[in-house]
Design a binder for this molecule. Structure first.
Ligand SMILES: Cc1cc2nc3c(=O)[nH]c(=O)nc-3n(C[C@H](O)[C@H](O)[C@H](O)COP(=O)(O)O)c2cc1C
Length: 192
């Protein structure tokens, strides 16, 4: 048996443990229902994210496991995502609204991303894991749930209790078995 990969972030200086220990896992413990308290905490965290002009251009479609909605969301995922995301406790569709009564919301995508970052860290605090997915058919999902403009499904987020990567199928197990990596800070700095 091989030892599980250490997926804790290797940081230059200590950062908050929630930030360092969070990882996007594909392995979920099957058969686990989120509590109502957990769901509310996740949505509260997302709701309290900052946004341009406090426009809050985020909307959420939450599909809990073992429901018709869950199966309908799952069907819109790319096959490579469908193979593991079906074990999650919930699939949350993060939807941006591209305009409001005052006009276009140019930072809607950015703001939605921030709300998902907040949700991700609240999930970590709840002992849950999250993996966001761009790999889904947005047009099919919008049609399936009658999401019309200005609503745009942007990511599907698998949420649940971390599972054992050894239980994943070989074709999808790769990311959970590698050390997490980032570009060094020096490569990110733009020197004028
Ligand atoms: C917008 C977005 C889209 C993503 N799409 C997918 C996806 O379709 N399938 C998948 O397995 N992971 C997806 N991921 C997860 C990333 O691959 C993962 O966050 C990245 O490799 C860094 O890993 P870490 O979050 O564990 O640090 C996505 C993440 C984001 C933020």
């Amino acid at each position: 048996m091989t030892a599980p990969t250490d997926r804790h972030a290797q940081t230059a200086v200590p950062i908050h443990p929630l930030l360092a220990s969070r990882a996007s896992t594909r392995a979920f413990t099957p058969g686990v229902d989120l509590t109502d308290g957990q769901v509310t905490a996740l949505l509260e965290a997302a709701r309290w994210a900052p946004s341009a002009g406090n426009t809050q251009p985020w909307r959420f479609l939450l599909a809990r496991r073992d429901t018709g909605e869950f199966k309908r969301v799952l069907e819109t995922l790319n096959p490579g995502n469908r193979d593991w995301a079906g074990q999650a406790s919930a699939l949350l569709v993060a939807v941006r609204t591209e305009s409001n009564a005052k006009g276009p919301l140019s930072h809607a995508m950015y703001d939605l991303g921030q709300s998902m970052a907040h949700l991700t860290f609240q999930a970590a605090a709840e002992g849950l894991t999250v993996r966001q997915m761009g790999g889904f058919n947005a047009a099919a999902l919008a049609a399936e749930f009658e999401l019309a403009e200005p609503l745009v499904p942007t990511v599907v987020v698998a949420i649940g209790v971390p599972g054992d990567p050894a239980d994943l199928g070989e074709s999808v197990a790769g990311p959970d078995r590698v050390v997490r990596a980032r570009l060094p800070i020096e490569d990110l700095l733009i020197h004028p």
